[in-house]
Design a protein around this ligand. Structure first.
Ligand SMILES: *Cc1c(COP(=O)(O)O)cnc(C)c1O
Length: 261
């Protein structure tokens, strides 16, 4: 049988409150990731789990750290920045910004993030690059593509990605690694899978004439409800929040699409 989405579990994940809970949840996710890799004939080392800690308070993030998390994804810049400051003592904990960025917050991202998954505007690229130069830092970035054709979602239209990527070498501090997407939120696995296939095909296409210095390897796709399908279709990074940390209190419409900032 085809792999199904787990969206029915949405909002029902139990909250991880101890280091043991986190170890258990992380092990369970890794096991499912490995099984998906096996189905697809992929090397499990080719997929990275990025735990997503948005809305999770500091004390529980520290438990996740104790359970082994060293890189966390956050979709709101100010929340991420505040957490970075609070947990500056955890020197080897790194932060990925995975949500839409307004250029007026690029300065914060340039200061603390090691990865940015949602680049979709040249203005943001330019602003980020300028602040990164000032900080003497570099940043791994992924270009976000809207693969579901939902108007409400952020990201470039697939047909706009080629021209966009051609312009990125101008921004020397941005280390372009690949593409990111959010699939349609649907219980119909085939519709979800289509989004992931589209992103993978787009990467193959963009690879053909990627400018020097621009990498087109990473595919950041898949979340709690659909990461196994994403892995079957080539994901190299899966962004998983609720299945590790527990259900969020606020509905997803608060975060995306076009959740307030
Ligand atoms: C919240 C979020 C995720 C993780 O979603 P879960 O349902 O918690 O796994 C992944 N990607 C982005 C961009 C997010 O904002």
């Amino acid at each position: 049988m085809e792999t199904q989405t787990q969206h029915a579990l949405h909002g029902h994940y139990s909250t991880a409150n101890t280091v043991e809970d986190f170890k258990h949840n992380l092990a369970a996710i890794h096991q499912r990731m490995n099984a998906a890799c096996q189905r697809a004939g992929r090397d499990p080392n080719s997929v990275r789990l990025l735990p997503v800690s948005k809305t999770v308070p500091e004390e529980r993030i520290r438990l996740a750290y104790a359970a082994g998390c060293r890189q966390l994804g956050e979709n709101k810049v100010q929340e991420a920045y505040r957490k970075w400051e609070l947990m500056a003592d955890l020197k080897d904990l790194h932060w990925s910004v995975i949500g839409h960025l307004q250029s007026n917050k690029a300065k914060l991202v340039a200061r603390f993030a090691t990865e940015f998954h949602a680049l979709d505007s040249l203005h943001v690229a330019e602003t980020l690059d300028r602040h990164l130069q000032a900080e003497g830092r570099g940043l791994d970035v992924l270009v976000q593509v809207n693969t579901s054709q939902e108007e409400s979602k952020y990201g470039l239209a697939p047909e706009a990605a080629h021209d966009f990527v051609q312009k990125l070498p101008a921004f020397k501090s941005l280390k372009v690694r690949g593409l990111m997407t959010l699939a349609i939120f649907s219980a119909e696995a085939e519709r979800v899978r289509k989004c992931f296939v589209l992103l993978r095909n787009l990467r193959e296409q963009l690879r053909q004439d990627a400018p020097a210095g621009i990498e087109m390897n990473a595919l950041s796709m898949g979340m709690s409800g659909d990461f196994e399908i994403a892995i079957e279709e080539g994901a190299t990074i899966v962004r998983v929040g609720q299945a590790i940390f527990g259900a969020r209190a606020l509905p997803d419409t608060y975060y995306w699409p076009k959740g307030g900032e």
